[in-house]
Design a protein around this ligand. Structure first.
Ligand SMILES: Cc1cc2nc3c(=O)[nH]c(=O)nc-3n(C[C@H](O)[C@H](O)[C@H](O)COP(=O)(O)OP(=O)(O)OC[C@H]3O[C@@H](n4cnc5c(N)ncnc54)[C@H](O)[C@@H]3O)c2cc1C
Length: 484
């Protein structure tokens, strides 16, 4: 049964994780206003399944449990149609809510990976993972994705590091389970779900065998600690800031560093344990499934920038000026191109023997590289279109002071279609996207979330059909045997 946002929040109340934020241990973090915008975002992910405009895409039947589940969170991508619908939903939600938290991508990755490990080693990870997936789906529980290792010195392997051992590794095994130690970084929504998945983030060598570990634990398991940074928004409990921070006052994402301080994991929740040679499949499946989503997600972000740019142009009375229209058209083209790659990757994919449909590698990664490299440029366009005022305008508190409000209303108006307040509201939105604490996060999200542009490029280089292109070139040039 799909739970609504209120039911999700109710579930979260029973979690007692060890959480640190801004130099202090946080007790009863569920009531702490700094977490509110993140809980809101996850609650929205539940609530959209009950909203007419979303539910057709957001709700899907999942055969594993023979019931309806949230597409973003639990639907396994079994067909081309699933892959296309996921891309559609992702753009729609990212345009509006910034993030859809596409957890079902992780489920698909672990589904395929555990299947392959079992096939090679005769292990039973896939059955265990299936049972865990069923448990999450039936209870409609969220689970965040701890993949990114701290990595240490990037030029060295995990076991060669000189200052310690970054990444999560197995330190003990016995009949009952394993004990893991280490850290994961950059974990979005850490503390916003009852369970935590941890998986390797790169291909591994034999020397890194102990880092080849995938598992799930309750987020308040003994030894799990979160160091969380607040979402980049003003304090959302302050109603005075909803004009100046329309996005951040409602939604945001806390980001966590997760410490696994000798955490016991029972065998039924262990999905990989030492099979280092198959760790390389994780970044591969991730590159196809998650970067298809990233193309659609960043198309949605581009829509948001494009909409804000177009609105500020209109309130400023510049909407019909040719270079402004040209710049807005550029944003439209970027959004549609990235989305086209999401759909193209979904259409050109193939079936993995485990029953998971895998989008095309070259297209997904080409689209992700393309749009990732434009995130900073899009913010520059927004500044160019909106004008300097989005950096220099009086703050909202001055608009709430009757003395200064009167002056602002008298002098800061624009196109007569809008009141001065409406113009300010549009400018504050552009300011939040382009000239605030949120901006840096928004750009960083585009550039690095789901992998750096260089990481995407490697997949394009390795999977683009260069052989055929060169063959055609040789035919035209009449080189070798392939003469026309
Ligand atoms: C907003 C946001 C949300 C995120 N959410 C999550 C999440 O929920 N879960 C999760 O697990 N991760 C998450 N991430 C992490 C994200 O996947 C990583 O930031 C990304 O993969 C880049 O890795 P890195 O940060 O370690 O950068 P680095 O590895 O330090 O990369 C920095 C630069 O160095 C280059 N580089 C590094 N090593 C090499 C090498 N060996 N060879 C060549 N070039 C190299 C990279 O290509 C890049 O250009 C999130 C990141 C962001 C920004």
């Amino acid at each position: 049964m799909i739970k609504n946002g209120a039911e999700y929040l109710e579930d979260m109340k029973r979690l007692r994780p060890s959480v640190y934020m801004m130099g202090r241990k946080v007790e009863n973090y569920q009531d702490d206003p700094r977490f509110k915008s993140s809980f809101n975002l996850v609650a929205m992910n539940h609530d959209m399944c009950f909203i007419d405009d979303y539910k057709e895409l957001a709700v899907a039947h999942e055969p594993l449990v023979d019931q309806e589940v949230r597409r973003f969170t639990h639907k396994l991508q079994r067909t081309r149609e699933d892959a296309v619908l996921k891309a559609k939903l992702t753009r729609k939600v990212s345009r509006h809510h910034i993030c859809g938290w596409c957890m079902s991508n992780s489920m698909c990755i672990l589904w395929a990976l555990t299947y392959d490990i079992d096939r090679k080693y005769g292990t039973e990870y896939h059955q265990r993972f299936k049972a865990f997936a069923e448990f999450l789906m039936k209870n409609d529980y969220d689970c965040f994705w701890a993949m990114m290792n701290p990595k240490g010195d990037r030029s060295l392997k995990l076991h060669e590091q000189k200052q310690g051992s970054p990444g999560v590794r197995i330190v003990k095994k016995d009949k009952k389970g394993i004990v893991v130690r280490g850290a994961k970084v950059s974990n979005s929504y850490a503390t916003c779900s009852l369970y935590t998945f941890a998986v390797p983030c790169t291909a591994l060598t034999e020397g890194e065998k102990d880092f080849a570990v995938a598992f799930a634990v309750p987020s308040d398991e003994k030894g799990v600690h979160f160091i969380v940074r607040p979402a980049p928004n003003r304090d959302s409990s302050d109603p005075g800031h909803d004009m100046e921070n329309p996005i951040g006052s409602k939604i945001g994402i806390v980001e966590g560093t997760v410490i696994f301080d000798d955490v016991f994991v029972p065998w039924e929740r262990v999905f990989m344990c030492g099979e280092w040679d198959l760790a390389q499949e994780l970044p591969f499946f991730f590159s196809n499934i998650h970067r298809r989503s990233k193309c659609a997600c960043l198309a949605g972000h581009t829509d948001l920038v494009c909409g804000a740019a177009s609105l500020v142009a209109d309130v400023n009375g510049t909407g019909r000026i040719s270079h402004i229209r040209e710049k807005i058209t550029r944003l439209m083209i970027e959004a549609e191109t990235a989305y086209g790659c999401a759909l193209g990757a979904a259409m050109e994919g193939s079936m993995h023997p485990s029953g998971i449909y895998i989008p095309d590698t070259a297209i997904a990664n080409a689209g992700a590289t393309y749009i990732k490299k434009l995130t900073g440029d899009q913010i520059q366009l927004l500044h160019d279109i909106a004008g300097g005022i989005i950096c220099t305008m009086p703050v909202e508190a001055d608009y709430r002071n009757p003395v200064t409000k009167e002056w602002m209303d008298s002098y800061l108006f624009g196109n007569a279609k809008y009141t001065a307040e409406e113009r300010l509201r549009a400018l504050y939105l552009a300011q939040e996207i382009g000239s605030s604490k949120f901006t840096g996060y928004f750009i960083g999200w585009g550039v690095n979330a789901a992998g750096s542009p260089a990481a995407c490029e490697i997949f394009v280089r390795n999977h683009y059909d260069l052989k055929t292109s060169v063959k055609v070139a040789k035919e035209w040039a009449k080189i070798g045997k392939e003469k026309k």
